[in-house]
Design a protein around this ligand. Structure first.
Ligand code: PBG
Ligand code: ZN
Length: 322
């Protein structure tokens, strides 16, 4: 029999009806960079449309997020002082803790997620406590527990450890439970690759390692089975949601995580993915809106339930126009 696939594409109505995946503002989580100081809302040069914001101007940004109908933010803090142990990452009046309290005060319609890591807070820029020239896994766990707990105390709904230390999900879960935060979720950066796509973020967050790289803790981009193993361990340790990061070059990993595990999958479309599109758009080489929405849709198709993206606000506005 002659097969006609085009029958199901002949008009808008049928295309709408047979569409398998969709994008909406409620898929998106917006990354927010909070800084010490007053009256600051400075655009990050490599991440156009994203800002360094001080606590006193969070209300403007939160209003925009709510208007866009975006459901969540993930907070990154840039502290005033750094040291070897990343002390300010877990203090009650740390920058993220203050931002969490402020956002919770401003609204109860926004899920507040915090990135749990040390690289923005350590003077050496690594994601944990150092021994002789490498990150000490088990010493770092203790700090991660303290950081996650301080975020929970400030009112975070979800903590998202991005350090890639072994055993952190189990350790953080135990600390949270012991302190009465059984309902604070853990969104694990479970499959996090050692990627060059993080460049613009590290500039924005001032978190570039001062020596070496992150290859002893973040995963080798050549590996698939390793990602499935990491996700499996996090699931066994009690993770609530798992992140695959970066997104665009790792859609195969996302698809396999979706197929093999029954936890929500989060795509983290990272800074380098965003910056490449912005740069090409600025040159007039691509249709930014169409490319950005197509990229985000591909993450849904690969199996993501939600997407952390620097396009969250812009894409939500574009989707409303459609
Ligand atoms: C901190 C962290 C990083 C990102 C999220 N959390 C940087 C890194 O691991 O070096 C990257 C996000 C992005 O590039 O958008 N560990
Ligand atoms: Zn880190």
């Amino acid at each position: 029999m002659f097969k006609r696939g085009r029958r199901l594409r002949i008009n808008n109505e049928i295309r709408d009806l047979v569409r398998e995946n969709t994008l909406s503002a409620s898929d998106f989580i917006y990354p927010l960079f909070v800084v010490e100081g007053e009256n600051i809302k400075n655009e990050i040069s490599s991440l156009p449309g994203n800002y360094h914001v001080s606590i006193d101007r969070l209300d403007e940004v939160v209003k925009e997020i709510l208007e866009a109908k975006v459901k969540g933010v993930i907070l990154f803090g840039i502290p005033a002082h750094k040291d070897a142990c990343g002390t300010e990452a877990s203090t009650e009046d740390g920058i993220v803790q203050k931002a969490v309290r402020k956002i919770r005060e401003l609204t109860d319609k926004l899920l507040v997620i915090t990135d749990v890591c040390m690289c923005e807070y350590t003077d050496h820029g690594h994601c944990g406590i150092l021994n002789d020239k490498d990150v000490d896994n088990d010493k770092t766990l203790k700090r991660l527990g303290e950081i996650a707990l301080s975020h929970a105390k400030a009112g975070a709904h979800v903590v998202a450890p991005s350090d890639m230390m072994d055993g952190r999900v189990e350790y953080i879960r135990e600390v949270l439970d012991k302190n009465g935060f059984e309902y604070v979720s853990i969104m694990g950066y479970s499959a996090k690759y050692c990627s060059a796509f993080y460049g613009p973020f590290r500039e924005a967050a001032d978190s570039t390692p001062s020596f070496g790289d992150r290859r002893t803790y973040q995963m080798d981009p050549a590996n698939t089975r390793e990602a499935l193993k990491e996700v499996q361990w996090d699931v066994e340790e009690g993770v609530d949601m798992v992140i695959v990061k970066p997104a665009l070059s790792y859609l195969d990993i996302m698809h396999q995580v979706r197929s093999n595990f029954n936890v929500p999958v989060v795509a983290y479309s990272v800074s380098g993915e965003f910056a490449m599109v912005k740069a090409a758009a600025k040159m007039g080489w691509i249709d930014e809106k169409k490319i950005a929405l197509e990229m985000l849709l591909s993450m849904k198709r690969a199996g993501a339930d939600m997407i952390i993206t620097y396009y969250a606000l812009e894409a939500s506005k574009w989707l409303k126009e459609n």
